[in-house]
Design a protein around this ligand. Structure first.
Ligand SMILES: *Cc1c(COP(=O)(O)O)cnc(C)c1O
Length: 357
């Protein structure tokens, strides 16, 4: 079934490389991490699972600002912001957002100000990503509204106010989900493709945790650009699957337009698995706790309870139910998120506990 091209003197390889060169040149990027991030075979875990060979793409090891997938999107947004002479990044999400922490680090590095817009009220304890944002000197703005979507209008309000004060704000949508950011994840697809060629790996499927959808949109667009036979196995950790598929398709379409491609993605192009959110976004589930322990104890690789732990729980359940029988080689994108380990008491990891804030 696979038409994945081999390493040498192959037409499709040549044309894929030409596409990579062309689109890499079109995408502005202010590189902050060291790439490629490692692509590592999970020897003990694969043996234990028995059914598939599993690799981890270690975007948790992106060497900037505690890493994670958000850095890739921000590298493109920063290049765009600097080209517009922006002096202030404004973005938002929840107080434990990896995206906001990554944005605060990017702003610090570039000598820009940063305002973090958080839904709800200031949290009782200053830990995890929120602690890091404080240390990085981000300005905070709380919406005092528990609706997560309240962040969207407040980001625009904060940006307007800054403009009135003579500043040049660069607003970044909640979670970093915007067409510019999507392009950063297209570059991740190029990176993994090159790495697979070098390692002689022909993956059948890619596993990804999905929040606001920008990362998945980039993978969809990148895979279509290179015409790769990779299937995406994606797990939503926050919204309902139908809503996420719409959002991802819209973002992929917008990002394609930035590359002057008149391509439309529909929700059908962006399938997503539900059922592993547990009690809600950001609340650890017992399945995620079990998956985190399993991966940690087999490989010494640390997944997070908000994103990758839930995606791994979904993937392991799918494996157990024989959903993926045609897939033999699988790459799990480790998108980061470890600061969540340092929030609260961590009692969700104890056996017998199902969930806690
Ligand atoms: C944000 C995030 C994701 C999901 O990325 P989206 O682009 O929001 O879908 C996955 N894993 C981690 C650790 C994240 O911080």
């Amino acid at each position: 079934m696979t038409d994945f091209s081999p390493v040498t003197a192959d037409d499709r390889f040549a044309s894929r490389q030409a596409l990579i060169d062309r689109y890499t040149n079109l995408i502005p990027r202010h590189i902050l991490g060291h790439y490629p991030t490692p692509l590592l075979y999970a020897n003990r875990l694969s043996k234990e699972l028995g059914k598939v060979e599993l690799w981890f793409k270690r975007d948790d090891l992106i060497s900037f600002g505690f890493g994670g997938n958000k850095i890739r999107g921000l590298e493109v947004m920063l290049a765009d912001a600097l080209s517009q002479n922006a002096d202030w990044l404004v973005t938002g999400a929840g107080a434990q957002s990896n995206h906001v922490r990554a944005t605060a680090a990017v702003a610090a590095h570039a000598g820009l100000n940063c305002t973090a817009v958080y839904w709800g009220k200031p949290p009782a304890s200053v830990d995890g990503n929120f602690r890091l944002c404080k240390m990085l000197n981000a300005h905070f703005h709380f919406t005092h509204d528990d609706d997560r979507a309240s962040v969207d209008s407040h980001i625009l309000l904060v940006a307007d106010k800054l403009r009135q004060q003579g500043r040049q704000p660069y607003p970044i949508p909640r979670g970093g989900a915007c067409a510019m950011g999507v392009l950063g994840h297209v570059l991740a697809v190029f990176e993994l493709y090159r790495q697979c060629l070098d390692q002689g790996l022909e993956p059948d499927a890619i596993v990804l945790a999905v929040g606001s959808g920008g990362t998945y949109a980039g993978w969809l667009l990148g895979i279509r650009l290179l015409n790769l036979p990779w299937k995406m196995l994606c797990y939503t950790v926050s919204r309902e699957p139908e809503q996420v598929s719409q959002q991802v398709a819209g973002l992929a379409t917008e990002a394609a337009a930035l590359l002057k491609l008149d391509w439309t993605f529909s929700a059908n192009d962006a399938p997503i698995y539900g059922g592993f959110i547990g009690q809600g976004y950001g609340i650890p589930s017992s399945e995620a706790a079990a998956a985190i322990k399993r991966v940690g104890r087999a490989e010494g690789i640390l997944l997070d309870p908000v994103y990758t732990g839930k995606a791994m729980a979904g993937f392991l359940s799918g494996l157990q139910n024989n959903y993926f029988e045609s897939y033999k080689k699988i790459v799990f994108i480790h998108t980061g998120g470890e600061p969540a380990f340092f929030v609260g008491t961590g009692d969700w990891l104890d056996d017998g506990h199902t969930a806690s804030e």
